[in-house]
Design a protein around this ligand. Structure first.
Ligand code: T4K
Length: 363
């Protein structure tokens, strides 16, 4: 069976050497030494200044929104994993949708502007599949209309744009370190803040609103702390991250070379590096997508239609308005398997199975 994803499992001995430190020190949670070390090493790796590790990517987004005092409505994309809208709703912010650009598949700035209401206080775009949003156009819109921007960067770890981390854009950018992600801590997440002050406030918000050292209660907070067990996994995986990024990139190139002319691909930003977080292909329409998907299932190749359905059509988030590009994309996208353990032979087998199926339709 070929799965769409497979968590990266680091060397057991290396993981154990980090876990050993938990036994030595006796600290398992509450901003322990491993969490602090992982925070520092990620900041170094990414070249960023202010970062906070949290329990998962959904809480990362909710905490960032709360930290920046975002209320009322936030304009966001319907073409994303459900967590983006859920994280807003969970802190009482209404997700208001705007359409996506049909070629980059990210929130379209002009559509976002049209969706603004008197209640909108923020933009929450997503760097879908690690492909950068039009950060300049969205930043300019936010500046002109006095809005905060939080990028859901759950897919964007390791992406550089114009030679520096994509995570430096926005008032905050949030990450997911779920097991299925290219870098992971089992469950986990992170928030990159532009301002140190915001990072400090968030640090208190994830710890019941208390000041870590004095115990003073400052805000109505919650618990979104990362544990030492999660950080141990992260530290063990981090050492292999350059190799993970390289291998994922290679797999993407094999897919794109082999399937050029057979399927469509999103348009990747020419100014950014690619992290190989996902391997999306686009078919002509939903009928073609579902037919290919079934053929791949029969061959024991398990793909996923990330992100179907468009959230604007999903019952809890249903919007009256239709979003043509987001809905059409959600209906015709399919993500192919991508993870470092996928051998060249298997990638070629997946490509051949796709081409064989598509050729059979022509006859
Ligand atoms: N924002 C965006 C844009 C996101 O995409 C996400 C999460 C978030 C926010 C929220 O971040 P977190 O709160 O999750 O940190 C997965 C992940 O659970 C989710 O993190 C991710 N995005 C979403 C796109 O995908 P599923 O439903 O695909 O997971 P599952 O269990 O079906 O696994 C996928 C593949 O991986 C399968 O082939 C099985 C394999 N697998 C999975 C796990 C967990 C394994 O082999 N072993 C494992 O332990 O959701």
């Amino acid at each position: 069976m070929i799965t769409v994803g497979s968590p990266y499992l680091p060397d057991r001995g290396r993981l154990w050497s980090y876990l050993e430190r938990i036994y030595e020190v006796g600290q398992v949670s509450n901003n322990g030494p491993l969490v602090r070390e992982l925070e520092e090493r990620l900041k170094d790796f990414l070249g960023i200044d202010h970062m906070l590790l949290v329990a998962n990517g959904t809480l990362a987004l909710s905490v960032a929104v709360k930290t920046l005092n975002i209320a009322g409505e936030a304009v966001t994309t319907p073409f994303t994993f459900v967590a983006t809208s859920a994280a807003l709703s969970n802190v009482g912010v209404l997700p208001r949708y705007a359409d996506i650009d049909p070629v980059t598949l990210n929130l379209d700035a002009a559509s976002a502007e049209q969706a603004l209401t008197e209640h909108t206080t923020a933009l929450v775009p997503v760097h879908v599949y690690g492909n950068p949003c039009d950060v300049r156009a969205l930043g300019e819109l936010a500046r002109r209309r006095g809005l905060a921007i939080v990028y859901d960067a759950a897919h964007a770890l390791g992406v550089d744009q114009d030679g520096a981390s994509l995570l430096r854009w926005g008032d905050a950018a949030t990450l997911s370190f779920h097991a299925t992600k290219l870098f992971h801590t089992g469950e986990g997440g992170g928030i990159v803040f532009r301002e140190k002050e915001a990072e400090e406030r968030a640090r208190s918000l994830i710890n019941f609103g208390m000041d870590q050292d004095s115990g003073t209660i400052r805000y109505p907070g919650g618990n979104a702390k990362m544990s030492e067990l999660q950080a141990a996994m992260g530290l063990a995986v981090l050492e292999d991250l350059p190799d993970i990024l390289a291998r994922r990139g290679e797999i993407l190139r094999v897919y794109e070379t082999a399937l050029q002319g057979w399927v469509e691909f999103p348009r990747w930003s020419p100014d950014a590096t690619r992290n190989g977080a996902y391997a999306p292909i686009l078919l002509e329409d939903q009928g073609a997508r579902d037919r290919l998907w079934s053929a791949l299932e029969r061959a024991d190749i398990h793909c996923r239609p990330y992100f179907y359905p468009a959230l604007s059509t999903a019952p809890p988030y249903h919007a009256e308005q239709r979003f043509r590009n987001a809905e059409a994309t959600a209906a015709r996208v399919l993500c192919l398997p991508v993870y470092p353990g996928l051998g060249d032979h298997t990638v070629r087998f997946i490509c051949e199975t796709i081409k064989k199926e598509l050729s059979s339709w022509a006859g």
